[in-house]
Design a binder for this molecule. Structure first.
Ligand code: TRP
Length: 450
């Protein structure tokens, strides 16, 4: 039934749509803050290895399974191996993960959105740039973060409902290029600040004593989060891909582009952190403290801050659309609900989980489960459990349950002659990626001792 399904029109479209899902708050918020908390370069290096050795193979596996099945993620995994319908659990776990991610992602997106008017007012009034005080009062408040979060969820719901996500996708192509330009501008300014080099050292000179099982697991989880892996998003995207797409080169370019954006964000943030004497391990607030400070050292800096957060909001929007599409597609397809009902249920679910997540950074800071606030707990479960386990299951299906020839056929489409990288990648999907996930996982939970 290929003709009845919507899809990406060209291989360029397949590339940009995949990048639009991957690039988001993960690059400019999560990557720098985790690098900061986990001691810098050793974490960055581990993350790069995780992307290359595990992330890329799983990305290819998801695209291949999606394109082979041409269905939503739950249906794809339910039918990909005949008589083994239980693999549908990958899709169901993905739906749970989408809610967990959206609950805290929408809170952070709310901060980003609120920084647009806040920095605009500062720019127009000509007052000082936003300081860490402003961020703390925002993120640890009650009504202010909740209202921004609710606003973001309503905004995304309207986009998904109106079906204008295609238009948004087209728009994000341009805005992501501008965001890239702005990041480079920010890099140049940050790198020329006095004392900036310490930040570069922090990012690139590894001190391996900082690595622990938990840190390695977090780097692996970030690779999944960054590339939108392990929960069916990329399987769904694969199902939209035309047969002109060469899956391995396409996925490699996506991984490379996404990683580049993260590194550029790190190079904008850490030199500034050291130049201004901020704390690299300051956690989720890092982006919101350092970016306004860097831009304040430029002519019209406050206006650049406005633009930066505006474009970040758009990048976050692209990522959130791909996230909420997962439950919405399942509710409207499998459960036979009307699309508006599906969107309403999804949005409500996100807000119900999102409320305690947001309040856990402020008035409910003392409520702990497993020693974590609710925001951190949801983030921890999706990043360190759901996504890596989902990825492991996907690698097992692709490498061990599907006949090799059937799977390789997807990787070989549109390839003129059999390129060397296909058998290499297959080895990674079958052996190396699953072995690494299992090892990192056991090590992360201290099975091999501390
Ligand atoms: N990759 C996005 C980011 O870095 C977040 C994201 C979008 C995501 N879709 C996903 C993460 C699916 C995991 C799974 O901001």
């Amino acid at each position: 039934m290929e003709t009845q399904r919507d899809g990406f029109a060209s291989s360029v479209g397949a590339f940009t749509a995949t990048v639009a899902s991957a690039v988001g708050l993960g690059n400019i918020w999560k990557f720098p803050y985790l690098a900061g908390v986990n001691g810098g370069a050793a974490f960055v290096l581990t993350y790069l290895l995780a992307v290359a050795l595990v992330g890329l193979p799983i990305l290819v596996a998801e695209h291949a399974i999606g394109r082979k099945m041409r269905q939503d993620a739950v249906a794809s995994y339910a039918r990909v191996v005949p008589k083994e319908g239980f693999w549908a659990v990958i899709g169901y776990a993905g739906i749970v993960a989408a809610f967990f991610i959206m609950a805290f992602y929408s809170d952070v997106a709310g901060w980003v959105f609120s920084y647009i008017p806040k920095s605009l007012i500062a720019a127009i009034r000509g007052t000082a740039p936003l300081e860490s005080k402003a961020f703390i009062s925002l993120s640890s408040g009650t009504w202010e973060p909740l209202l921004w979060q609710a606003g973001v969820v309503v905004f995304i719901s309207i986009i998904v409902l109106a079906g204008v996500s295609k238009g948004i996708e087209r728009a994000t192509k341009l805005t992501m290029l501008i965001l890239l330009g702005l990041l480079i501008l920010c890099d140049i300014r940050a790198l020329t600040l006095p004392g900036a080099f310490k930040g570069v050292q922090f990012l690139f000179e590894p001190d391996f004593s900082k690595l622990s099982g938990a840190v390695i697991l977090s780097a692996l989880g970030l690779a999944f989060f960054k590339l939108s892996l392990g929960m069916g998003t990329m399987t769904t995207y694969g199902s939209y891909m035309p047969h002109t797409v060469r899956l391995v080169p396409n996925a490699s370019r996506v991984a490379l582009a996404d990683t580049l954006v993260s590194i550029l964000a790190g190079l904008a943030i850490f030199p500034a952190v050291f130049a201004f004497g901020f704390e690299p391990a300051s956690g989720p607030s890092l982006l919101f403290i350092s970016i306004p400070a860097v831009f304040s050292k430029m002519p019209l800096g406050n206006y650049f801050t406005v633009l930066f957060f505006l474009l970040s909001a758009l990048a976050a929007t692209g990522a959130m659309i791909s996230l909420i599409e997962v439950p919405v597609a399942w509710l409207s397809g499998k459960m036979n609900l009307k699309r508006p009902t599906a969107v309403l249920i999804t949005a409500t679910g996100i807000l119900v989980l999102g409320l305690p997540a947001t309040l856990s950074l402020g008035p409910w800071a003392d409520v702990k489960l497993f020693n974590m606030g609710f925001f951190d707990l949801l983030d921890y479960i999706q990043q360190n459990l759901l996504l890596p386990l989902g990825g492991l299951a996907i690698a097992l299906v692709a490498g061990w349950r599907l006949p090799k020839a059937e799977f390789l056929r997807e990787l070989e489409t549109a390839e003129p002659n059999k390129p060397w990288y296909i058998p290499v990648l297959y080895t990674f999907i079958k052996f190396i990626a699953p072995a690494l996930i299992i090892l990192v996982f056991l090590n992360g939970f201290g099975v091999f001792g501390k």
